[in-house]
Design a protein around this ligand. Sequence first.
Ligand code: 1CP
Length: 402
Amino acid sequence: MNIVTEREAGSDAANPVGAPIPSTNVTTSSTEPAADQPSALLRAARQQPGDRVPVWFMRQAGRSLPEYFPVRGEGTILDAIQVPERATEITLQPVRRYGVDAAILFSDIVTPVWAVGFGIDITPGVGPECERPFRTVDDLSRLRPLDPDRDLGFQAETIRNLTAELSVPLIGFAGAPFTLAAYMVEGRPSKNHAKVKGLMAEQPELWHELCDRLADIAIATLRAQVEAGAAAVQLFDSWAGALHPDHYRRFVAPHSAKIMAALADLGVPRFHFGINTSELLDQFADVGADVVGVDWRTPLATARRRTGGRVALQGNLDPSLCLASWPVVEAEVRRILADNQGHPGHIFNLGHGVLPETDPDILAEVVKLVHAEGVANRPVDRSAAETPGPEPSVPGGEAGRR
Ligand code: 1CP
């Protein structure tokens, strides 16, 4: 894997690590990297040895931070996202508080679909909801292509604000077609995904057309984020683990692979994440990710064997255990670092998002411990990798045949 490019080098230069963090009334971590070092996150994403394990947290901004609420204001989260000053401040809050190695744009996976006028909203306390869910071919008319300049101008402005302030890389993100379709077809968050699985199996042509449009929307979103200054992107397929591996291969992988391939020329690391994906990890690597997120159910050493050592891994502390006392959390962090065996391609994270009830002081301690104890300089022993599984399910495969 060689994903070192001028674009990344440029983004490192634009955001020199160690540049001053904006003043704040929240304590800044004392674990800032020295100014002459490359970004720990981008190095680990390239599986290059370094002097520490980078760490950030999915859903690090938002409801777990007391300083979030006064900035967020009234209305839904989609209202806050549209005000660049607010979205900028909310994105910066966890970076200041924790000294994490990356910021993640404050937005949501449904933002682009909302922006093209599909008719989706985020209900506080519930999540994404659609009054008229996607069920028939007529619903395609509500899913026009995304024009990032017109539809997501506020997001580009937020990213430009952020890259001017940040001393660590900014991660942009989008929802993958399956996970977005899950909300659009079900109409709201769902446990068993029965309606979206039904549409997929019973109307495969409509399914592929829907996913193709969602893939184009994700591509336009992510390209615009990188052009505005994001130094890495994460494609969230949070609920793909609900699928049988064969269904994932036939109905989902081609679309995610199309997105990953369409970002290749940008040269930024492409992260890919879902929960319950133990049986899909090989395919998550095959779609073209550089970094694969692993939830807490799969030991990192197992995930590394399943992905054949061809991607960096991100994870995998159980967010529920972060509600326990520090000795419990500390033991888990040490176990995960040991499980990684000093491999340079490890980005420490939770196995899913921060739970709203989490004590931020616990996460601050996690960051300190990972920075103090994480070793990322063991030479990669590629012979230890398991033979990669079955034939890669890559672009041009199923998508080209359907
Ligand atoms: O008003 C609020 O504060 C609502 C809570 C909230 C927040 C803070 C939602 C509604 N979205 C967000 C922001 C958000 N969403 C971020 C930026 C914050 C950060 O990471 O620091 C990100 C990356 C997301 C991405 C997102 N949204 C995902 C993928 C990550 C994951 O958790 O798997 C998903 C699945 C969503 C949908 C969504 N949006 C909001 C909720 C409550 C949900 C999940 C609903 C469900 O259970 O299905």
